[in-house]
Write a protein that binds this ligand. Sequence first.
Ligand SMILES: Nc1nc2c(c(=O)[nH]1)N[C@H]1C(S)=C(S)[C@@H](COP(=O)(O)O)O[C@H]1N2
Ligand SMILES: [Mo]
Length: 363
Amino acid sequence: MTNQDLPRTINDKPGLIPLQVMPENMESPISDVLTWITPNEQFYARNHLPYPTIQLESWALFLGGEVERPLNFSYEQIKKMPQVDKFVTMECSGNKRALMEPPTPGEQWQTGAVGNAKWTGVPLAYILDQAKVKETAVELVFTGADSGIRPDMDNAVNYERSLLLDKALMSECLLALKMNDEPIPHKHGFPLRLIVPGWYGMAHVKWISRITAIPIPFKGPFQAIDYVYITNEGNYNNAVPVTEMKVNSIITWPSKGEKVHLGSHTVRGLAWAGKTTISKVEISIDNGMTWNTARLTSPEHKPYTWTFWEYQWDNPVPGQYFLQARAHDNNGNVQPKAATWNAKGYGNNSIHQITITVPQILH
Ligand SMILES: Nc1nc2c(c(=O)[nH]1)N[C@H]1C(S)=C(S)[C@@H](COP(=O)(O)O)O[C@H]1N2
Ligand SMILES: [Mo]
């Protein structure tokens, strides 16, 4: 029996785990998400600013800047454009920050700032073709409708991110209208959200209202202050932008600190690798001395999406165990023992380790 087959009713679908109320940040109850597609109600929510109010009657997507033909599209117009489906696992670059050593400031995400969804929408390239981006453009800036004050700035800002005008990247990107066959829920970016398959979550701008082609690199705060790998807080000289997701995995059962009875157990988890697929997941029950290959149990192994894995663990003797999971991807990458520490705590893809005990039978 795989974890997708476990009996499940609507009533035992646990809710999100709140980290911060305003702006709202909530983690997915990842150990209890038993389906390959994360239900919308269990998909993590990551916000930097208060939720925007969207009035569909007055809403439009504006395309401007270095383009031959500046354009406005209504929701109805966009809905009539050609659409495609993409299955994409999205992980916040701050996922597993709470496990970073030494600790770093920011939302203390455990392992649940990740989810897998089916996104349906218009290829970004299709819309760009209509506006005809000029040769002078180097980047596209995507503006979200959410605005507010950042602690480090005086004036209100919108959430904005840019992408290089790279043909290959543009061909993958989607302006999504639907999430798991429903109009995108408000909290996840209704009416329109950018999907950048294989990139960490910050690139997937929600509530898009404007796309601007610009002739110089974009330096907005969510681009140049946040979402850069730096080794010393305040020193941006060698800042490296956070972009593609790294190979990563988590153990979803047992959970840390759990007491596990004698007998046979199925250790379970998830693994993902951005634009490529997982080739192998290995489990160690002896603190990394020996490794055993887990079974990849998801029905499909598509690029950009995660896979479930499980490992049969028979008859452990009583004691304390350090369980570890280590994923390999099809580009030859493997999770490191400890990810490169960085001051803002991004991209923690260290091998996931939990400590559990198998107690003596009590008499
Ligand atoms: N407009 C807007 N888009 C945004 C954000 C935001 O705060 N505002 N947060 C980003 C980050 S950091 C992540 S991880 C994902 C989270 O998407 P979700 O809330 O749908 O899970 O959205 C990204 N897009
Ligand atoms: Mo994020």
